[in-house]
Design a protein around this ligand. Structure first.
Ligand code: SF4
Ligand code: SF4
Length: 357
């Protein structure tokens, strides 16, 4: 092999080993404890959940996250229950050049004075934006005025804000809250309640369901989450339903370097396929390429996550997916598709905060 050819081969190998997926953000749950216990909570957080990441561990993890992502989101549980540690962690993340966001239920925003004091500290530490969750399931625990107060006062401190409203079918609270013109200057994001975590116990009429495989790509799969127990999962939320060998369980930060674990997501054909094609199209591929049609695990679906979790929890299906998605032509299609989509993607001011709590 001539010198220049061997150099080119070496270069191609390096390119092939480089991460392709640009992580949207990395979530870190300093705690899964929450002072609320919402009936739809996907992470099944509540006062009894005592899982936490201590401050020194969190700082070390943030250092590794900065190697793989431009954005970090402090989520939970309710990370503001660890207020002082949260401030320290935000400041470290910002020092490392990360865009920093945080998710909260807003329990601390009882009046303007307390809210201003907290927002001032957050802005000093370098927070970019705050996402406040508010929906009808929060109402037994908090006044809606808390979230609206945070949204209003964020502007004084140059902080972006977003009120995320989880809504079921025919959700009157969500309709009224998001009613255009009712709260000028307040940014709302309406998302569907996923029938996962504690929400599996909500009445059936809360969800739209269909026997068809649900269609759609997954953008959340580019937002992995670092959990207190050690687990790092490829997406935030539905992971409570992942079985141990589910490939969306990326690794355990207590046993392995977090940067290595996150790179696993950034080079994973499955992550690329979920982002580019979505679970339904992957199921169709398995059928057309390998005549594998053993994906269905339930008669009705309420969203793509149910199909995805079922597929990725089945070892047989995962083995076929790995074979099909790693074929050379398919790998090239996946890389091209990711590169194409990422070239068009722009990070708007809320994009990196788009994490389900
Ligand atoms: S949805 Fe949010 S506020 Fe409610 S229990 Fe879960 S983490 Fe806490
Ligand atoms: S579709 Fe799969 S990867 Fe995406 S959020 Fe749902 S469970 Fe996670």
């Amino acid at each position: 092999m001539s010198g220049s050819l061997s150099m080119r081969v070496e270069l191609m190998k390096q390119i092939a080993n480089e991460p392709v997926v640009d992580l949207r953000t990395v979530g870190i749950a300093l705690t899964l404890r929450c002072n609320f216990q919402c009936a739809h909570c996907i992470t099944e957080s509540g006062p009894e959940n005592r899982q936490t990441i201590d401050k020194s561990q969190a700082l070390a993890l943030i250092d590794r996250i900065a190697c793989e992502s431009e954005n970090i989101c402090f989520t939970g549980g309710e990370s503001f229950l660890r207020r002082n540690d949260l401030f320290v962690c935000i400041a470290r993340a910002r020092e490392l050049g990360l865009n920093v966001s945080a998710v909260t239920n807003g329990f601390w925003a009882k009046n303007d004075e307390q809210t201003r004091e907290t927002l001032h500290r957050l802005a000093e530490c370098g927070l970019s934006g705050i996402c406040i969750s508010l929906d009808r399931f929060h109402l037994p625990f908090v006044e809606p005025s808390n979230a609206l107060r945070i949204a209003r006062l964020c502007q004084e401190y140059g902080l972006n804000h977003l009120i995320r409203v989880c809504a079921t079918v025919d959700d009157e609270f969500a309709e009224e809250l998001i009613n255009p013109g009712r709260y000028p200057g307040v940014n709302f994001q309406r998302v569907r309640v996923l029938k996962m975590g504690r929400a599996v116990h909500l009445p059936a009429h809360s969800f739209k369901s269909s026997p068809e495989f649900p269609d759609g790509c997954c953008s959340t799969v580019r937002s992995p989450i670092v959990l207190p127990g050690g687990l790092v999962q490829a997406c935030c939320g539905p992971g409570v339903h992942f079985r141990e060998k589910n490939p969306l369980n990326l690794g355990n930060w207590k046993n392995e370097d977090l940067s290595t674990i996150l790179r696993r997501a950034r080079t994973s054909p499955l992550v690329m396929a979920l982002y580019s094609f979505g679970p339904k199209r992957i199921a169709e591929l398995l059928d057309s390429v390998s005549h594998y049609d053993n994906v269905r695990q339930r008669p009705q679906y309420t969203g793509i996550c149910e199909l995805c979790v079922d597929m990725c929890n089945q070892e047989n299906t995962v083995a076929v997916m790995e074979r099909v998605l790693c074929q050379p032509e398919m790998s090239m299609k996946l890389i091209a598709s990711i590169a194409y989509q990422q070239s068009f993607r722009y990070l708007d001011r809320f994009d990196y905060m788009d994490l389900p709590e």
